[in-house]
Every structure is written in C-alpha cells, then in structure tokens.
Design a protein around this ligand. Structure first.
Ligand SMILES: N[C@@H](CCC(=O)N[C@@H](CS)C(=O)NCC(=O)O)C(=O)O
Length: 327
C-alpha cells in the first residue's frame, strides 16, 4: 500500500490521524471518456473513440470497484473488444503487483512488475493513489479513466454500434432516481463498509456501521416486492450494490466488523444476490479466492497474522425464486 509522489513510489498507509480516525477516499484522477465518435464526455478531453481492440482494462478480482467494470464488460458483449490484465490479490508495500498465477496475469501491455509503473507511463510526474480499475488507451498510450462509476457508463453505451448490444443499464427515464439511490448506496454501503473497516476510533466505526445497516434494512424492504432496485429492469445501481453484497458475508462481516447482521439473515437481499450472481456471464467475474486473500492478507494492520478464514459456506447457486417478481 502506498502512493506516487511526483512519479516516485512511496510506501505509506492511509492517514486517518488528520480525520479523527475516519477513512476518506480520494477522488479518481483520470476522468476522460470513451464515446462512440470520440467527442469529449461529461469530463476530461475528447479523442477516445470506441474502437475494437484499442482499450485495455487493468483490474483486481478482489476490488469491488474494478468488479463493476468486469461485469459491464461481460454483460455488454465487450470481452472480444477490450482486453484485460488482472493484478495479484496481495497488495503490500509495492501496491498492486503483476504475477502470472492463480487467476492473476502479467501486465499484457508492458510486462510491468507493479501497477504504479503503468500510471507513470501515462503521467511521469503523477502524484496520488494508484488504484484499479484503470482503462488504458493503446493508441495514445495513456490512461482514459480510473473511475469505475464512469467506466461502466462508457461500457453501457459507447460501444453499442460495434457490438449491437441493446441492453441499457442506465436508461434515460431513470437517470435522476439512479443517481439518488447510487449516492445513498455508495455513502453507506459500498464505501460504508470501508469506512467501518478502516476506522481507527470507536466513534468513526460506529458512525459508519449504523447507517450501513439502516440502508441494508431499507433495501431489504424495497427488494421484497421488486426483482431489481427499479422493478423489472436491471440497472447499474443493481451491479454497484452486487459487488459489495457478494463480498459481505465472506469478508466485510468479519474483517471490517460489519456484523450487526449478515446478508444471509436478509431473505430478500440474499435471494437478490443469488439472482444477480446467476445472471449469465456474472459468476465468472466473481473470484472468491482473490477476494478473501486480498482483504485478509493485504490489510496487515487489521489482520496482522494474515490468516484467511475458511468459511462461510456460500450458496450462490441455490434457487432464488425471484422471476415471479419480474413483471
Ligand atoms: N474511485 C475509484 C476507487 C477505486 C479504488 O479505491 N480501488 C482500490 C481497490 S478496491 C485500490 O486500488 N486501492 C489502492 C489504494 O488506494 O492505494 C473507482 O471507483 O474506480
């Protein structure tokens, strides 16, 4: 774990001293958009036209933010158009590393040892965190974006002319509602588990863990009579929630102390989790060994022994019986 300062790697853990024990996630640094015609997106500069074979995705199977992009790549028929390198689950003093083993890969573009070297290729004097996912442009040799919420929106529509995909997970009529629910779920659930887990004071921990479970209780209610968050249509909001739910019982309950209830204790949420998991193309994006080994072995100040729990037993392939809520 560390960061780049003027292009030089420095090994430092998150500083929670200046924020009274609260974990504050930094904003992503590269914010350009791939668009159908190369026009600029909502942020950044233009010139990133959707083309087959032009873009490369760096991901970790462990990371919930990178996981979103892998799901969109699968569901939107982009696997043949966008290549992928997968970092090793362990993230220690060098940050994310490349090793050709157990589902991780080499850096297919440059053969780098560490992900920070890819950042420095794009921006030689870069200062900031070195995070996954990264969307790389092979043509101009730079990082298009390292913000997952924006990469999934690009994947949702920019390549449709090439793939013929008609699946729209960010439909026009739901833009406002999707943003609203994303904000609550991001603050209290996706990032909420990290705020609880990385807190270094009792107060910071409790100020994250109670709102987390208030939102989960609210979602349980909402999903009791709706198949997905917005009824019959699956949207980006569901996939953004999914990547946290699938890590919840195996990792966040124990490692991040999010243990008021488990997802298994919520009937609707756990059936919803299975439903999403069983969506064709999704199960292959879930690498539970990478997920568990990353958290339990990389965060040595939370789990100094690095021992990885063997449980819990998951039943993600059991029937979910949610088609009845489809219409
Ligand atoms: N805003 C980013 C956050 C990505 C992020 O925080 N990724 C984590 C892994 S789960 C990471 O790479 N952390 C390395 C670090 O912070 O040094 C996104 O959603 O794309």
């Amino acid at each position: 774990m560390g960061r780049l300062v003027d292009g030089i790697w420095q090994d430092v853990w998150y500083d929670t001293k200046s924020t009274s024990g609260h974990f504050k996630r930094a904003d992503a640094s590269f914010r350009n958009w791939v668009t159908a015609d190369g026009a600029p997106g909502p942020t950044g500069t233009g010139g990133f036209k959707a083309e087959a074979g032009r873009y490369h995705l760096y991901v970790s199977y462990a990371c919930p933010w990178a996981h979103r992009t892998l799901i969109f790549r699968a569901l939107k028929g982009l696997k043949d158009l966008i290549t992928v390198s997968v970092v090793d689950p362990l993230m220690l003093s060098n940050g994310w590393e490349f090793h050709d083993r157990e589902g991780a890969t080499i850096d297919h573009l440059f053969g780098s040892d560490f992900l920070w070297q890819v950042y420095v290729k794009a921006a030689p004097t870069f200062s900031g965190r070195v995070t996954v996912p990264v969307l790389w442009d092979k043509q101009t040799n730079t990082i298009v974006s390292n913000e997952s919420s924006e990469i999934i929106r690009m994947f949702n529509s920019a390549f449709d002319g090439l793939t013929g995909s008609t699946l729209d997970m960010h439909p026009q009529d739901l833009h406002v509602e999707i943003d609203e629910i994303n904000t609550r779920i991001y603050d209290t659930v996706n990032n909420g588990v990290y705020k609880a887990g990385f807190a270094t004071t009792q107060e910071a921990y409790e100020s994250a863990v109670y709102p987390l479970f208030e939102t989960l209780d609210w979602l349980e209610e909402r999903l009791t009579d709706r198949r997905y968050l917005f009824g019959a249509r699956v949207t980006e909001a569901d996939w953004r929630l999914f990547t946290t739910l699938v890590r919840f019982d195996p990792v966040y309950v124990g490692h991040f102390k999010c243990n008021i209830r488990r997802i298994a204790d919520y009937p609707a949420l756990s059936a919803y989790l299975r439903d999403l998991y069983q969506t064709p193309g999704v199960a292959e994006t879930v690498e539970m060994r990478h997920i568990k080994h990353h958290y339990y072995r990389s965060h040595t100040m939370i789990n100094p022994t690095g021992v990885v729990p063997v449980g819990p037993q998951l039943n993600l392939t059991a029937p979910h019986d949610r088609e009845r809520l489809g219409a």
